[in-house]
Write a protein that binds this ligand. Structure first.
Ligand SMILES: Nc1ncnc2c1ncn2[C@@H]1O[C@H](COP(=O)(O)OP(=O)(O)OP(=O)(O)O)[C@@H](O)[C@H]1O
Length: 785
């Protein structure tokens, strides 16, 4: 019966405890009173005492984990896996408990309806009245799960290691117990404690996060003195704040060390230490500074460490500086590491089309709300912000921007002075900006963990949000890794069509109209009436167009490359008429027979993936496209201007290799070699998701001789009406006349001047056999080889 672990199920959460040295890989049992509903803090406390008594291992150290997932009782070490950088530590042993699990419920990270509100009600937890009041004034009346899980052990004085999803209230999880203790102690001591050296120290990896923690504590306990210290600004103000006496110091490790060395920060009375985003300290190179600080604070203290992952440095740190820590993990083995309510999209684009697409994504997906665009480099953040500013007000945020400016920028963003923030990963961790509607990963994050943190800037505190991952052809594998490591699925989307952008812009304008003062409306009513009498609804439409920023119609844009002045056409052939289009070469051949300029000017060609539809999509300059659509075409063929891309064989737009047939040197498309490599990593997908396996399928839409039906991927899932016949067309041309035999036309076209330049080798595909590198007239099959 020797047990080194036990679990308490408090309503919908489970706390598991075991010695740190014996992290269980497969804990098999759960504390018996799993169905017990505990109604207030004293009950929680009582249960916790029972839990301690029931721990029969005789060890003084416990690790407790709280998880909120049904059927997932594997905690601690296991719980920290899954996010890319987990490192296995072999000296952690499996331990088993004799307790059996009855049943337990999940609240999915947020409070479910099954949880008694008494368990969570802040008024019933015995917190100091003034804290309850300030929290209520901020709309905080119930604990979030991580706060509920941390509260009891924290008030018991336990050292803790904790993890919860982004935006789920970790700051107050450590904030509430610390504030409670400081407030009560102050009340007890009255005016006796006058030295006012800090009693709580919170270390944060970035200045922004430190400021945010400071705000959260200040807003919850304005009666305590909370001082925030960080680098990049002068020492004077921070030093004078410290000298006036302080209860809580929040800061970044570098500046804290500086202030200790200047003798202005004295840590001799610290009773509470919090290490927020501990793994990030490692990432930004603060390990040494953190350890120096930990050496300087009293050994008799309570430490709480919050970390998304447990790299070995964080484990070592816990072993060295934490006293028998308890682990509270609300992520556990849940596959999905992101907070609920974040809708995930992925968009294939090229590095050149990204910028053009960005503002439309913001318009359509943020719908006037706040967006954070993440880039990898500071330079990109500056450039992207600059480009965006032409259409949408935006500011950049990165490490090269002075601290004052960073703060001004963040405040401006918070207050809605501008709605798009373009940031490097400096902003991805911990920033709590209310109501961010959209995250755009303009460049892929370095790892799954960064993806989680970036995306977690939206969907905070139980709200909804969206995140869009923009990726290029070479990054498809990384996207799949993110899906695997984060346990998420992206819905694949196309760049917004012009119509969607116009519609969203109009919606945003309409939303702002509600804010116009009635008196102003009254003032303009006679003029409006006159306009309506004269012009009808056109008057209002013109006003909407003007206010949406579209006083001139938007220029056409390719759906493939997003280039302005280009349109995307779809050419399909009814298989009942003749053999379908099997390759890019056959498309070009056909176009040459109709309108050679179109064949010369054609941009990328992508074969349609739907095996029932034989054809392709391609770009043409707007004028050329119009001309082409006016031409007579052989029966059974349809050329349409599309507004949505159908499913494509090569997974859609993927890189910047333009496949223009004309104006390029010899062999550009010869043998499909170039195209084949350019798209070589494409693979089959199912259900619009990235699926494992099938990395084999290479080749490109350029790959001459490919069977139009091959692949059958459903990349386009999630695109409305995208399959097969393509989306609605604004202008189209379908063959009506019986014209000449299209096969003959195709052959003829292959001899057209655009193909025939002697200084250019033939790069298309043979129309007869579908193989690349020779014309139909030179086809070995035709010649009887
Ligand atoms: N019990 C609560 N009720 C309502 N709102 C809360 C509650 N607790 C915290 N919040 C609010 O939720 C938001 C997110 O909290 P916080 O920033 O602490 O999350 P976090 O878990 O630290 O996120 P991240 O991992 O991204 O740093 C904050 O605006 C905070 O004020």
């Amino acid at each position: 019966m020797a047990s080194s672990s036990s679990i308490i199920n408090i309503s919908s959460s489970i706390i598991y405890q075991t010695p740190l040295q014996e992290f269980p890989r497969k804990p098999t049992s759960i504390f018996p009173f799993s169905s017990q509903k505990l109604t207030h803090f004293s009950s929680l406390k009582a249960s916790f005492s029972r839990l301690k008594q029931s721990n029969r291992c005789g060890c003084s150290s416990f690790v407790a984990s709280a998880i909120a997932t049904p059927n997932s009782s594997v905690l601690s070490e296991e719980a920290f896996k899954g996010l890319g950088r987990y490192e296995k530590d072999d000296d952690l042993n499996v331990s088993e408990s004799e307790y059996e699990s009855d049943e337990y419920e999940s609240d999915g990270g947020f409070v479910g309806s099954d949880v008694s509100s008494d368990e969570l009600a802040i008024t019933k937890l015995g917190l100091p009245e003034k804290l309850v009041q300030t929290l209520a004034a901020r709309g905080i009346t119930e604990l979030f799960p991580i706060q509920r899980a941390v509260l009891v052990p924290a008030l018991e004085g336990k050292d803790l290691i904790a993890r919860a999803k982004t935006g789920t209230g970790k700051t107050l999880a450590f904030g509430i117990p610390i504030i409670k203790r400081l407030t009560e102690d102050d009340q007890e001591r009255g005016s006796q404690r006058r030295s006012r050296l800090p009693r709580a120290l919170v270390l944060a990896p970035t200045r922004e996060l430190a400021k945010q923690v400071e705000n959260e504590i200040k807003e919850s306990a304005p009666y305590l003195n909370t001082v925030c210290v960080y680098g990049g600004v002068s020492y004077t103000q921070q030093q004078s704040s410290l000298s006036r006496g302080v209860d809580v110091v929040v800061g970044t490790p570098g500046r804290i060390i500086d202030l200790i060395e200047r003798n202005t920060l004295k840590l001799g009375e610290v009773e509470f230490l919090v290490l927020d985003e501990a793994d990030q300290m490692l990432a930004v190179g603060f390990e040494e500074a953190v350890e120096m600080i930990l050496e300087k604070i009293p050994v008799k203290r309570q430490s709480m460490l919050f970390s998304a992952t447990m790299p070995s440095w964080v484990k070592q740190l816990s072993r060295k500086y934490l006293n028998s820590p308890m682990t509270i993990d609300l992520v556990g083995n849940q596959d999905e590491k992101l907070a609920e309510g974040i809708k995930l999209y992925a968009l294939a684009s090229t590095s050149t089309s990204k910028r053009a697409i960005l503002s439309d994504l913001v318009t359509v997906y943020a719908k006037g709300g706040k967006t954070i665009v993440f880039t990898q480099t500071k330079r990109d953040a500056d450039e992207v912000s600059l480009v965006l500013t032409n259409s949408i007000a935006s500011e950049a945020l990165h490490g090269d921007i002075s601290q004052h400016q960073r703060e001004r920028t963040l405040n401006g963003f918070r207050q809605g002075k501008f709605n798009v923030l373009v940031a490097t990963d400096v902003a991805s961790r911990g920033l709590d900006i209310p109501n961010v509607d959209l995250i755009i990963h303009y460049e892929l994050p370095n790892d799954a963990e960064t993806f989680v943190h970036r995306s977690g800037r939206t969907g905070r505190a139980g709200k909804q949000g969206s995140a869009i991952l923009m990726y290029t052809n070479n990054e498809k594998r990384k996207v799949r890794f993110i899906e695997r490591d984060v346990g998420c699925k992206f819905e694949l989307i196309s760049p917004p069509a012009v119509e969607e952008v116009l519609e969203s812009s109009a919606e945003q304008v309409i939303a702002t109209l509600g804010g116009v003062h009635p008196t102003s409306v009254e003032f303009f009513t006679p003029t409006a009436q006159k306009m309506i009498d004269e012009q009808g609804t056109s008057a209002l439409a013109a006003a909407l167009a003007q206010l949406s920023g579209f006083s001139r119609p938007p220029s056409s844009r390719s759906l493939i490359s997003y280039e302005q002045g280009k349109v995307t056409l779809q050419l399909t052939r009814d298989p009942a008429y003749a053999r379908g289009f099997l390759s890019a070469g056959s498309i070009i051949g056909f176009l040459s027979s109709i309108y050679t300029t179109a064949a010369d000017e054609i941009g990328k060609i992508h074969m349609i993936a739907d095996e029932r539809v034989q054809g392709a999509v391609f770009d043409l300059p707007e004028e050329v496209a119009k001309e082409l659509l006016d031409k007579e075409i052989p029966p059974g063929n349809t050329i349409t201007k599309i507004t949505k891309l159908p499913s494509l064989q090569d997974d859609g737009p993927s890189n910047d290799n333009y496949g223009r047939y004309s104006n390029r040197g010899g062999g550009m498309r010869g043998g499909g070699s170039r195209g084949g490599r350019g798209y070589g990593s494409s693979r089959g997908r199912s259900g619009g998701r990235f699926s494992d396996g099938d990395e084999r399928r290479g080749g490109s839409s350029w790959g001459a001789g490919r069977d139009g039906a091959r692949g059958g991927s459903s990349w386009g899932a999630g695109r409305d009406g995208a399959r097969g016949g393509g989306g609605g067309s604004s202008w189209s041309r379908t063959s009506r006349s019986s014209g000449s035999d299209w096969l003959i036309s195709d052959r003829r076209s292959s001899r057209s001047p655009s193909y025939g330049d002697s200084d250019r080798s033939f790069g298309g595909a043979c129309f007869t056999c579908g193989q690349s590198g020779h014309r139909a007239s030179e086809c070995p099959k035709k010649l009887g080889f």
